[in-house]
Design a protein around this ligand. Structure first.
Ligand SMILES: [Zn+2]
Length: 380
C-alpha cells in the first residue's frame, strides 16, 4: 500500500512539475484529445448492495484485477485521464465496500480501487456503452438470470476484451469479465421499476408532420418501442399506452381529445407506474427552429422536475440537439397522472435535419438510449 501511495505521490508531484512548463501542458492537452476522460464516479446503494459507476466521455477499455490483504478490486482504465477536480477518495458506510479511490496511475491509465469484503462470486464488473459510456461495478447479491425469467433476446452490450496478463507485481490475479454481460439487470437503478411510456398521438391523430411527410405518431411509437426494449433489458417493467397505430381510448377515432388523453393517463394510473413519460416531437411554422425540451406540470413535484432534467440532459448528450431547457406546462397528461410525469419533445419534426434524424434507425436508437440513460440517472 505504502509503496503505491509513494509512487502515486511521486507521479503527482512529477506531473505538477511538468504542467508548470507550458510546452508540456500543450502536449498534454494534445494527447488528452485522444484519451477518454473520466468524468465522475457515482455510488448507489440499496438493500446492502453497492454499485459503483465510473462515467466517461467515450467507451473505454479496462483491465480488472484483485489485490489481496485487504481485498481491493482494481480497475485500470486504459488510455484515459481523470478530471483533476475530481473527488479522489470516497468513503462508504457499508459492510461490503468501505471506500473507492480514483487516481491518474500513469500517463495513460486511470486506476480505480475499491476496498471490499466481497468474495469473488459476489461482485461483478462490466461496461455499458451507448449514450453515456460507463463501467459498472456491482457488489452484493447478484441475481442470476437463470433463477428468474429467461433474459430478453438482445444484442449483448459491448464488453471489453479479456484482460491481458498483468506485469504489475502487486497484482496477484486477473479475472475474466466475460460472463457478466448477459446479466445487466441492475442491483439497483432500473431493476423492478414500473415505467409507463406514452407514444404521443396515434390512429386518426397523426400529430405534427415533417417537411417530407414523416408523421409524429410514427416517430413516437418507434422510439417508445425501442425504449421499452432497453428498459426491460435493465430489469424494469414497461407499460405502453399504445403498441400500434391506434387511439388509446376504446372509443377510437370518435373519442374527444380529452377522452383520448384521459385514457392515456388511466393506463399509467391503473398500472401504478413509478414514472410516466409522454414522448412527442415538436413543430413550428419556422423550419429553422430546432432543439429538445422537457416539460412537467406547472404545479408538479420536485421529482417530476428532476426526471425532466435527467431525461432532457441525457437525451441531448445522445443526439446533440439544441438545449431548450426544462419547462412547466399544463399538458393534460402530466397534470392527470399520479406519479412523477414528464412530456419530452425529442426535437422538431418541422426542421428538415431533425425530421431526418428522427426518421432514421440510428436516430431512433440514439434517442431511446438517451431517454433510457436519463431514466437510469433519475433512479440513481
Ligand atoms: Zn405531439
Amino acid at each position: 500500500m505504502r509503496r503505491i501511495f509513494l509512487l502515486m505521490a511521486a507521479l503527482l508531484i512529477g506531473g505538477m512539475g511538468l504542467l508548470a512548463a507550458g510546452t508540456a501542458e500543450a502536449a498534454f492537452s494534445d494527447r488528452a484529445k485522444d484519451m477518454a476522460k473520466i468524468t465522475g464516479i457515482r455510488i448507489g446503494r440499496a438493500d446492502g448492495n453497492v454499485r459503483v459507476v465510473i462515467d466517461s466521455d467515450r467507451p473505454v477499455v479496462y483491465r480488472q484485477s484483485v489485490l489481496a490483504d485487504p481485498t481491493r478490486i482494481v480497475v485500470d482504465v486504459q488510455n484515459a485521464w481523470i478530471v483533476p477536480a475530481f473527488k479522489k477518495r470516497i468513503s462508504i458506510d457499508s459492510e461490503l465496500v468501505s471506500g473507492v479511490r480514483a487516481a491518474q496511475f500513469d500517463e495513460t491509465t486511470v486506476r480505480i480501487v475499491v476496498e471490499t469484503s466481497a468474495g469473488k462470486d459476489s461482485y461483478k464488473v462490466f461496461a455499458l456503452d451507448g449514450g453515456k459510456p460507463r463501467i459498472v461495478m456491482d457488489f452484493g447479491r447478484t441475481p442470476r438470470p437463470a433463477a428468474a425469467k429467461p433474459p430478453q433476446e438482445r444484442t449483448p452490450p459491448v464488453l471489453p476484451p479479456a484482460p491481458p496478463a498483468h506485469t504489475d507485481e502487486e497484482e496477484d490475479t486477473t479475472r475474466d469479465t466475460g460472463d457478466v454481460g448477459h446479466d445487466i439487470s441492475a442491483i439497483i437503478g432500473l431493476k423492478g421499476k414500473k415505467i409507463a411510456i406514452d407514444p404521443g398521438h396515434g390512429g386518426s391523430d397523426s400529430g405534427a408532420i415533417g417537411p417530407t411527410g414523416i408523421m409524429e405518431k410514427s416517430v413516437t411509437l418507434r422510439v417508445s418501442r425501442e425504449l421499452k426494449r432497453l428498459l426491460e433489458a435493465e430489469g424494469a417493467s414497461v407499460v405502453l399506452t399504445r403498441t400500434g397505430d391506434t387511439e388509446v381510448s376504446p372509443k377510437g377515432a370518435s373519442a374527444t381529445s380529452v377522452e383520448e388523453l384521459e385514457a392515456r393517463c388511466a393506463v399509467a394510473n391503473r398500472a401504478q407506474a413509478d414514472i410516466f413519460l409522454s414522448i412527442h416531437a415538436d413543430a413550428f411554422t419556422n423550419r429553422e427552429v430546432k432543439g429538445t425540451t422537457a416539460y412537467y406540470y406547472t404545479k408538479g413535484t420536485k421529482q417530476s422536475k428532476r426526471l425532466a432534467d435527467s431525461v432532457r440532459m441525457a437525451l441531448i448528450d445522445a443526439i446533440g440537439t439544441l438545449d431548450r431547457g426544462t419547462q412547466t406546462s399544463n399538458f393534460y397528461v402530466v397534470k392527470h397522472t399520479d406519479m412523477p410525469a414528464i412530456l419530452v419533445e425529442i426535437s422538431f419534426i418541422s426542421n428538415p435535419d431533425e425530421e431526418k434524424m428522427m426518421n432514421s434507425e440510428a436516430g431512433i436508437k440514439k434517442i431511446a438510449q438517451g431517454i433510457a440513460d436519463g431514466i437510469a440517472d433519475y433512479f440513481g
